[in-house]
Design a binder for this molecule. Structure first.
Ligand code: NAI
Length: 246
């Protein structure tokens, strides 16, 4: 790996949006650190990136385990000598109506979707500060802006990501580190694959473009926020949602 290559740490990289983000950043010449819970899909992705001329490292980590995640970020910065781009993408849903939602389902969604981003941003801030350059990109959801029935936990986490990112953006604005949010609408991935047809139809109906987005369309937004010349953009929320929530 060239010393000049920027290092991008991407959580939830094994599939869906995270995979598309990792592939896109690798194509743009970043060294990508692929993070998820199981080795198999990460190794396949690493091989695929390398066969296209890119470079990647894999890290198995449950982002809900704060110590493991903080260590993974710090170890990456130490072993690769830098950490420039952080994409907090790993996420889960545990949907249910408020009256039926358990404490466990609430806590788990907050832990995996929100607390993990806090832990990773905190751990990444130091190596980014030493280079006076960093790009933090948090993947929220349009649901965090407009709310969605049966997703009290998820909307709380995704909305929390927006406030947290803006606070981080202000803290680091003079340090060469930006923090921004991408808020996807309905995207065709495993997360939405099992939704009942009725819900998918409703999703299309409330999306002005009347379609689901593709993972690569989210990756394009992440690539923008992590670009060399996006250094004057911070604390922003970019909805990539086919017009939903405008
Ligand atoms: P997905 O379910 O296809 O992929 C999620 C990824 O996160 C997988 O790689 C999974 O292994 C990883 N992951 C989940 N829990 C983890 C944990 N505890 N530790 C480590 N890795 C973990 O989901 P998708 O659709 O690619 O979503 C990615 C992000 O985009 C999520 O944060 C999701 O909330 C968000 N999003 C997705 C939308 C959609 O319609 N698909 C819409 C809005 C936001």
């Amino acid at each position: 790996m060239s010393d000049e290559k920027r290092v991008a740490f991407v959580t939830g990289a094994s599939r869906g949006i995270g995979r598309a983000v990792a592939e896109r950043l690798a194509r743009e010449g970043r060294h990508v650190v692929l993070v998820s819970r199981t080795a198999g899909p990460l190794n396949d992705l690493k091989a695929s990136i390398e066969s296209s001329g890119g470079s990647a490292t894999t890290v198995c980590c449950d982002v809900g385990d704060s110590k493991a995640l903080a260590d993974a970020v710090s170890d990456t910065a130490r072993s690769l000598g830098r950490l420039d781009i952080l994409v907090n993408n790993a996420g889960i849903t545990r949907d249910g109506l408020l009256l039926r939602m358990s404490d466990e389902d609430f806590d788990e969604v907050i832990r995996v979707n929100l607390k993990s981003a806090f832990v990773a941003c905190r751990a990444a801030a130091r190596p980014m500060m030493s280079n006076r350059w960093g790009r933090m990109v948090n993947i929220s959801s349009i649901s965090g802006r407009v709310g969605r029935a049966s997703q009290v936990n998820y909307c709380a986490a995704k909305s929390g990501l927006i406030g947290m990112t803006k606070a981080i953006a202000k803290e680091f604005a003079t340090k060469g580190i930006t923090a921004n949010v991408v808020a996807p609408g309905f995207i065709e991935t495993d997360m939405t694959a099992d939704l009942p047809d009725l819900v998918k139809d409703e999703a299309r109906n409330i999306t002005p473009m009347r379609r689901f987005g593709q993972a690569h369309e989210i990756a394009a937004a992440v690539a923008y926020f992590s670009a060399e010349d996006a250094g004057f953009v911070t604390g922003e929320v970019l909805a990539v949602a086919g017009g939903m929530g405008m």
